[in-house]
Every structure is written in C-alpha cells, then in structure tokens.
Design a protein around this ligand. Structure first.
Ligand code: PAF
Length: 158
C-alpha cells in the first residue's frame, strides 16, 4: 500500500478521474471500516482510503483534539484488508484557508434525527466529502450503513 499526503502525489499516481473505488474515513479503524475496503475491492478497481479528522464536523464541545489518531496501526489494517492507496492529507492540504464556503445539505434530510442534535454536523461532513471526492475523483465510494443518515445525505449530495 502506498501512503500519500498531498493532492499532487495523488494526481500523479491516479491521473485519470473515475479509476478507483474510495473509502473515506477519519481513522481509528475497526472491522467495519475494513469490511468497506473489502467491498470496495469487489469493483475491480484500485482502492483508495482516506484518513482525515475533519474539524468542520466537530461542534466546539466535541473534542476534536482528543479524537484518536492511530495512523501506524490504521496503515497496517488497511494494507491487510487490500487497500492500494491511503490518502492522508494534513489540514493545510485540505483546508489551506479557513473553510468559509461550505456544502449545506437539505435541512429536510440533514436537520432531523442526528442532525437535529448536532447542528452543522452534516454540513461539515458534506463539505469534506465533496472536497475528498474532488481530490480522489472515484467512480464509486463506499460508506457504512451504521451511519445511515450520513449515507442518505451523501447519496443525495452526489
Ligand atoms: O463517517 C466518517 O468517518 C466521516 O463522517 C467521513 C465520512 C469520513 C467524513 O469525515
């Protein structure tokens, strides 16, 4: 597995859009994430996973700084699950300037259930996923059904 930290390196390795399957994550991986990587492999394309702890989806009282960052272990797990490329950008790479432009999902879908209790959460998720899609340019992306509302919000965004 190759680990890349910049969009430029990703573009050099995957110059054409639509040539990979993508599994976005925030790291601290567990068996659920690995099963997504295995599902992504079924598409017969190189599998790209990303690890990026997205500040925008944390409310001020949710501790962004204390979110577990376990990159070395995550790399081993991804490699063993058959991931080909890990994209692990730092914050400056993905948010070179404060991210004042955001992707705001339809409140009819994103303002209920979890979105009701975590205002702004799905805006943070959509903003980073849209960016990651722009970086990775996958033809397919795999999301867990455990976060079912997130899956629906992203599906509609796509
Ligand atoms: O489900 C997650 O881990 C995150 O919300 C995601 C989709 C990687 C965006 O940061």
């Amino acid at each position: 597995m190759k680990t890349l930290h910049t969009i430029a390196d990703l573009r050099a390795l995957l110059p054409e859009a639509g040539t990979c399957a993508f599994v976005p994550t925030m790291g601290n991986l567990h068996e659920g994430h690995l099963s997504l990587v295995r599902q992504a492999r079924n598409h017969g394309l190189p599998v790209v996973a990303s690890i990026f702890v997205n500040r925008l989806q944390f409310a001020p009282h949710e501790d962004f700084d204390r979110y577990p960052r376990t990159l070395a272990r995550d790399c081993e797990l991804l490699d063993s699950a058959g991931c080909d490329i890990l994209f692990a950008p730092d914050e400056r790479e993905l948010y070179p300037q404060p991210q004042s432009y955001k992707v705001t999902p339809d409140p009819a879908l994103a303002g209920i259930l979890e979105g009701h209790f975590r205002p702004g959460f799905f805006t943070g998720v959509c903003t980073v996923v849209m960016k990651l899609f722009g970086c990775v340019r996958p033809s397919v992306a795999v999301f867990g059904k455990k976060d079912y509302q997130q899956l629906m919000v992203i599906r509609r965004m796509v």
